[in-house]
Ligand binder design. Structure first.
Ligand SMILES: Nc1ncnc2c1ncn2[C@@H]1O[C@H](COP(=O)(O)OP(=O)(O)OP(=O)(O)O)[C@@H](O)[C@H]1O
Length: 301
């Protein structure tokens, strides 16, 4: 079966052939019904990538297939099958929520009933309110409702929960999960790593226009070392430990990074027991998505 989205060696240069290359030859696939998250530092190229996959922009190099078609050239046939959550849909602020949705629905073939889309996005209770009176979070929900109006097969969500309070974020996550269960494919950008962890089947971490790592959360995280930290009396000699860990000390604070958490930790605890040495503030954990991200953002991998 073909993928819902296929991106091959995608490039996007701004300002002509000698201009700035914001996306430097990236490749990824998104299967039907999958949520793929693009993560990355500011300016990494996520929005540039998203806009090309949506068909808003032409690549400077490489190819993109969206639902088997070229999203830029075949935009007229692809557009009705996708939903894009715009940051600011640009409707008159004097219209009410329901009027805005009806106006948008008027441009779509076979849209959902407006009340259904508003309820789905959790903004049904504000249907009669003028857009200019909505809070920032309510605006984001209206943006989501508009994206859902066309019953999209592929949904593009560019930072969908930025500015939402924690409860609204979780409501939006529920909406997204329900859409995935119903078979919708989702391409998401987010700065919230917990959002990617909660929703993404697979993800890519971008940095300065390239994909540095991609895979499931577990696959991405497994490439980074686990971390053990504790405080020990200054002058204590830490023994050789299995797993070839790197050990750094700052006064009494010790940080051990290892690819073999269980073996390193077991040996450390045995050694501490044998010497009746208390390890204060002992903490041991596998790498997190945040650590992988920060390592990449810091340019150390
Ligand atoms: N129209 C444009 N003309 C020139 N440069 C642009 C244009 N759009 C984006 N860029 C540049 O391309 C790079 C990538 O921008 P992009 O918006 O794709 O990054 P991003 O990963 O979405 O960042 P953020 O997380 O800050 O939204 C940035 O350096 C940006 O300044």
């Amino acid at each position: 079966m073909t993928q819902a989205i296929e991106v091959r060696d995608l490039r996007r240069r701004y300002g002509g052939p000698r201009g700035f290359e914001a996306v430097k030859g990236i490749s990824f696939d998104v299967a039907h019904g999958e949520l793929f998250a693009l993560l990355g530092t500011n300016g990494a190229g996520k929005t540039s990538t998203m806009e090309i996959v949506e068909g808003l922009d032409r690549p400077s190099g490489g190819t993109v297939r969206l639902l088997g078609q070229d999203p830029y050239r075949d935009r007229a046939t692809v557009r009705p099958r996708i939903g894009v959550m715009l940051q600011d849909a640009g409707f008159p602020a004097d219209l009410t929520v329901a009027e805005t949705a009806r106006m948008w629905a008027g441009t779509l073939p076979g849209p959902r009933p407006v009340p259904e889309a508003l309820e789905l996005a959790g903004i049904g209770h504000r249907a009669g309110v003028r857009v200019k009176q909505l809070s920032g979070g309510e605006r984001r929900r209206l943006d989501l409702a508009l994206a859902l109006l066309g019953r999209p097969e592929v949904l593009f969500l560019d930072e969908p929960t930025t500015g939402l309070d924690p409860e609204s974020r979780r409501n939006t996550w529920r909406v997204i999960r329900d859409l995935l269960v119903a078979g919708t494919t989702v391409l998401l950008t987010t700065h919230y790593l917990d959002e990617a962890q909660a929703l993404a089947d697979r993800l890519a971490i971008m940095h300065t226009g390239t994909v540095v790592t991609t895979g499931t959360v577990a696959q991405v995280v497994s490439a980074y070392p686990a971390r053990i930290s504790f405080s020990a009396s200054i002058g204590t000699d830490i023994p050789d430990l299995p797993g070839s860990p790197t050990i750094t000390r700052d006064g009494a604070a010790v940080v051990i990074k290892t690819d073999a958490l269980q073996a390193t930790l077991s040996a450390l605890l045995r050694w501490a027991d044998d010497h009746a040495l208390p390890l204060h503030d002992l903490d041991a954990r596998s790498a997190s998505l945040e650590e992988a991200f920060l390592t990449i953002a810091g340019g150390t991998r």
